[in-house]
Every structure is written in C-alpha cells, then in structure tokens.
Write a protein that binds this ligand. Sequence first.
Ligand SMILES: Nc1ncnc2c1ncn2[C@@H]1O[C@H](COP(=O)(O)OP(=O)(O)OP(=O)(O)O)[C@@H](O)[C@H]1O
Ligand SMILES: Cc1ncc(COP(=O)(O)O)c(N)n1
Length: 268
Amino acid sequence: MNVYKALTIAGSDSGGGAGIQADLKTFQELQVFGMSAITAVTAQNTLGVQGVYPLPVEAIEKQIESVGTDLGADAVKTGMLFSADIIQAVANKVKQFGWSRLVVDPVMIAKGGAPLLQEEAVQALKTYLLPLAMVVTPNIPEAEVLTGMTIHTLNDRREAAKRLHDLGVQYVVIKGGHDDDGEEAVDLLYDGDEFSYFTSKRIETKHTHGTGCTFAAAVTAELAKGRTVKEAVETAKAFIQAAIEEELGIGHGHGPTNHWAYRRKFFE
Ligand SMILES: Nc1ncnc2c1ncn2[C@@H]1O[C@H](COP(=O)(O)OP(=O)(O)OP(=O)(O)O)[C@@H](O)[C@H]1O
Ligand SMILES: Cc1ncc(COP(=O)(O)O)c(N)n1
C-alpha cells in the first residue's frame, strides 16, 4: 500500500474545529496519514479564544525533528505560528528536511478577534517562510496585511496575488470567504502567470469556524498524493463546500464545519 503522509505545524484548538484538530481530521478524510507539531495550545470554543499558550521553540523543533528523521512527510502545512521566533525555527526545519510541498496558511486572528500571530511576526513570515512555500492561502484581511494594500475588488485581489508571488511563493490562493459581495464564494489562484477561479454557492451560515484551516489542510493532503496545485485547490474547494453545507450545529457560537461531509457527499 502506498501511504501518503502530511505534517501540520499549527496550534491546537480545544474546540476541535480549527487548528491541528481540523487539519488531522481533514488529512484522515482524504486518506492521508496525518502527523503534527504543535506550536501553541489554545483554550478555545465556538464562542471565542479563552487562552493562548505558546510552546517553547525547542519543543516545536523537537516535534518536527521526530517526524522528519523517521516518518518523513510528502507535504507540510503551517497554520498558527504565533511569534517571529517560532516562524524562524519552523523555516529552518523546513529547509533542513528539504520539504518543498509546503502550504503556508498565514493565520493571524481568530473569528472573535483574538490575535494568533504577533504583529511583529508578520515580517518574519514574509522574510523567512513565504519564500519556501509552494502555496500560500490568505483570506482577504490576511492578504491586506501581507501586501499593505486594501482589497475591495477582484482586480485588487489579483494585484495582491502578484505582490505575494513577488515574495517568492510559487502559487497564491486568496480565498473569498470574507468577500461579502454576492451569491458566490470565489477563491482566486495565481501561479505567477495565469489566474484561475474556484467558485461555489455562498452558504448563509454562522458556522464557519475553521474553514480556512480545513481548506488549506485539504490542499496539503492532495499535494501529499502528488496532485498538481490546481487539482488540490479544486478538491479543497469541494471539501470545504460540503463541510459548510452539512451543518453540525454544535456549540453556542460560531460552530465548526463538518469534516466527514465530503466523504458522505461523494463516496457513500
Ligand atoms: N459562507 C460560505 N459559503 C461557501 N464557502 C465559503 C463560505 N465562507 C468561506 N467559504 C470558503 O471557505 C474557504 C475558507 O475561506 P475564508 O476566506 O473564510 O478563509 P478564512 O477566513 O481563513 O477562514 P476562517 O473564516 O475560518 O478564518 C474558502 O474556500 C472559501 O471560499
Ligand atoms: C489554533 C487555531 N488555529 C487557527 C485558527 C483560525 O481558524 P480559521 O481561520 O480556520 O477559522 C484558530 N481559530 N485556532
């Protein structure tokens, strides 16, 4: 049996909808063996973030080394990285193990507004990690912070994608979940040459906690299988659409998406 393996380097979400938990569930659903290096523990639920506890840099490095020196990874994803020190350490480990199928989800703030990345760490992300990335998956506010421009129109988004590509990332996906216009959720992919668009019906719901993590994890799982970035984004879009569509309705606030919905929709 050919076993595909993916490593997520991200924060833990006790509520299970985002972070490491969303990533591992998504890897499993897409039949990829999931491994993790936890950067920070968050006390979090559908109502918000009650606490953030970053791990020592050494603990993060050790987890990555444990995976890298034994199991190896066909693709790697980063999520919540919290500080410039952690970013630099993660970038060094990615280089050390020669991981080229790297998806960087530049997580900055949780839905309720809690910061998951220190302000001074944004520059470290641009300098150390983005040049190593195969794919970066910002939402619109994250793309604004990374490029220093405001994004209103699709044209603005295309310009932002070009600026991000100039930082050394091979493929840029700017997701449209935060684009309040219209009936559709449109994600844009830029490969340095052409733009592609991935469009779905926008679902009216407040239960979108973890959509960004889940989407990027699905891209990572598909890259681990050797798919092209375009194929991976297409599957990720179908995965997240199913996960939002088949609502779980749990918790008292912004609930998680349904990680088993894609399997039920397409394979059962
Ligand atoms: N209401 C919605 N209906 C359909 N698709 C959506 C909706 N909201 C987000 N998506 C999709 O979910 C994925 C994540 O997009 P989004 O822009 O919300 O990322 P994010 O902001 O990082 O996630 P989060 O809101 O969890 O922080 C994208 O593929 C986007 O198109
Ligand atoms: C530990 C952790 N990582 C990431 C996010 C962002 O989640 P999302 O942007 O997918 O809602 C989160 N809320 N918690």
